[in-house]
Ligand binder design. Structure first.
Ligand SMILES: Cc1cc2nc3c(=O)[nH]c(=O)nc-3n(C[C@H](O)[C@H](O)[C@H](O)COP(=O)(O)OP(=O)(O)OC[C@H]3O[C@@H](n4cnc5c(N)ncnc54)[C@H](O)[C@@H]3O)c2cc1C
Length: 508
């Protein structure tokens, strides 16, 4: 028999995580539970987090959000992947696209066949020629994938790049229209039940006391409930993910909107560039043990391709995650649960998955520990697979131009990642630890892009002659080039489909 259902949920924090949690919960629970969200204008939000993974579309779909309306109201552009510049070595340029490298051949991944051809002919064009999103990105094209049987017109997917503040506001309107109560106040104290250490209520600085059954900590890095009250503990990953600082600055947009995010490696970190309809978001992620904040600001401002619209804003963080994200009646979602670092835009994706896991493991007032254990188990796998994927970007470098890159090349890495790299280097195969996280294609894009060349390939592929393979690859390459040529320009597509209203003062 079920215990008393949860009748009141208290969410602390109104950043992207808070509203991304409130919106599906109110939609899912309808009127069965009251949801109160407390956010502090005094503290504010982190104000970054503008590039996403394709999974954001499933999240928006879950809420029944109309994509045209969402794009217009959040100044969004489309994202086909990430362009990496100077990663691995200076002068290197490659693309991690949201798509595959063509269909399997004889049931074997196409990169294996490409490796064989490349070993036979070093003039073989880059594997990127067979990645539809990469060819689209290089030609600045965008159109959503078509339906129907597999073809060059649907072997890719996409995410969005949007204004984080506008997205949180969009979800706030959605959630409040459906009954979420918003309280603007600062939580000053957390009251625990003496008998079992569960959270009984939060006390606000104006004296109010807000009680509840389930408390969701979306308070950002500070982890007000999960760390402050529940003492979850933090697993620090900064030895392998050493960046601990960021400077963020918006600049005036350029006329052509790139359908991708750009990441450019610098001597103590990397720069992000995220094009939105009304402005371009820029940032420098770096480790302050290897450079100074002033030098980092200089590098950031020197890399802008438009007029800076503000002073650079400083952020500090420690990469890692809470040892547990769900303890008793407290669940941490968003930065309160951890932060891997923004390189592959995974944080918002983690929020989506945490809300989904919470709904799938929704408790009643008994709070059976098995539910928290299952949630923590799944979140832990996800965090670790993202951690390994991101560490790989740093570890696999031949840059000897700075102490930072020499440190990264020599640092110890998790056994799981060491196995991944050795497996690929020796055999061209990819180890997938978490099927729902980065795919084989993503690993191949990064490993080849960062310069790992497998020594061998799948022995079964020798069934086809090199001539047959050449014919196959040429045919697919021509199909991709033809399909992409017929696609609209990304900027034109946005103008026609979902142009946002211009924002005064943010012209080109
Ligand atoms: C440099 C950088 C770049 C990033 N880029 C990306 C990216 O491109 N893509 C991506 O997916 N993610 C990115 N992220 C992560 C992304 O910004 C976050 O995942 C996302 O914004 C969610 O943040 P949050 O809501 O957890 O925290 P916050 O935005 O910090 O919100 C915390 C909320 O809690 C409230 N609060 C705190 N204390 C109290 C209190 N005592 N009382 C009441 N309210 C309180 C605050 O007022 C605020 O409303 C980036 C992060 C950093 C640091």
């Amino acid at each position: 028999m079920c215990a008393k259902p949860i009748s009141k949920i208290v969410i602390v924090g109104g950043g992207t995580a808070g509203w991304m949690t409130a919106a599906p919960l109110i939609q899912h629970l309808e009127k069965h539970a009251q949801i109160v969200l407390i956010e502090s204008a005094e503290i504010g939000t982190i104000g970054v987090g503008e590039a996403t993974l394709p999974t954001i579309r499933a999240y928006n779909h879950w809420l029944g959000i109309n994509s045209e309306d969402f794009i217009k109201k959040t100044q969004a552009t489309f994202k086909l992947g990430i362009e990496f510049k100077d990663w691995g070595h200076i002068g290197n340029r490659f693309f991690h696209g949201f798509g595959d490298f063509g269909p399997k051949i004889e049931n074997i991944s196409p990169h294996m066949h490409w490796l064989r051809m490349q070993q036979a002919d070093s003039n073989m064009p880059s594997y990127e020629h067979w990645s539809v999103p990469t060819v689209m990105a290089r030609n600045m094209r965008f159109v959503p994938p078509a339906g129907g049987p597999p073809s060059a017109n649907n072997s890719y997917t996409f995410g969005y790049q949007f204004d984080a503040g506008l997205y949180a506001a969009y979800l706030r309107d959605y959630a409040m229209q459906r009954g979420v109560t918003r309280i603007e106040a600062t939580v000053a104290e957390v009251e625990l039940r003496p008998e079992d250490g569960f959270i009984a209520a939060v006390k606000l600085s104006d004296g109010r006391r807000i009680d509840g059954d389930l408390f969701i900590d979306c308070s950002g890095f500070r982890g007000l409930l999960i760390e402050g009250a529940m003492k979850a503990g933090y697993e620090d990953w900064s030895a392998q993910l050493p960046c601990n600082s960021a400077l963020a600055v918006p600049c005036a947009k350029v006329p052509k909107l790139t359908p991708f995010t750009t990441s450019t490696a610098k001597s103590a970190g990397w720069l992000w560039r995220i094009p939105l309809q009304h402005r371009t978001g820029n940032g420098h992620v770096y480790c302050n043990s290897f450079t100074t904040d002033d030098e980092a600001a200089r590098v950031l401002l020197a890399g802008l391709d438009g007029r800076a619209l503000d002073e650079p804003r400083q952020l500090r963080f420690t990469t890692g995650r809470r040892r547990k994200s769900w303890i008793k009646n407290c669940v941490a979602i968003g930065l309160s649960s951890g932060f891997v670092e923004p390189l592959e835009s995974t944080s918002i994706g983690l929020i989506e998955i945490m809300v989904l896991f919470l709904v799938e493991n929704f408790p009643d007032c008994d709070f059976r520990p098995e539910l928290a254990n299952e949630f923590n188990r799944r979140i832990s796998i996800r965090y670790e697979s993202i951690r390994d994927f991101i560490i790989m970007h740093y570890k696999l470098n031949n840059r000897s131009d700075s102490e930072f890159w020499r440190y990264c090349a020599n640092m110890a890495i998790p056994d799981t990642l060491r196995h991944q790299i050795e497996l690929f280097r020796e055999t061209g195969r990819v180890a997938i630890y978490d099927r729902e996280s980065f795919s084989e294609e993503s690993h191949v894009a990064m490993l080849l892009g960062l310069g790992v060349r497998p020594k061998t390939y799948d022995p079964f592929i020798d069934k086809l002659s090199l001539n047959q393979l050449h014919g196959h690859f040429s045919q697919i390459g021509e199909m991709i080039a033809g399909a992409v040529k017929a696609m609209p320009d990304h900027t034109d597509y946005i103008a026609r489909y979902a142009a946002s209203a211009p924002v005064p003062g943010l012209a080109v």
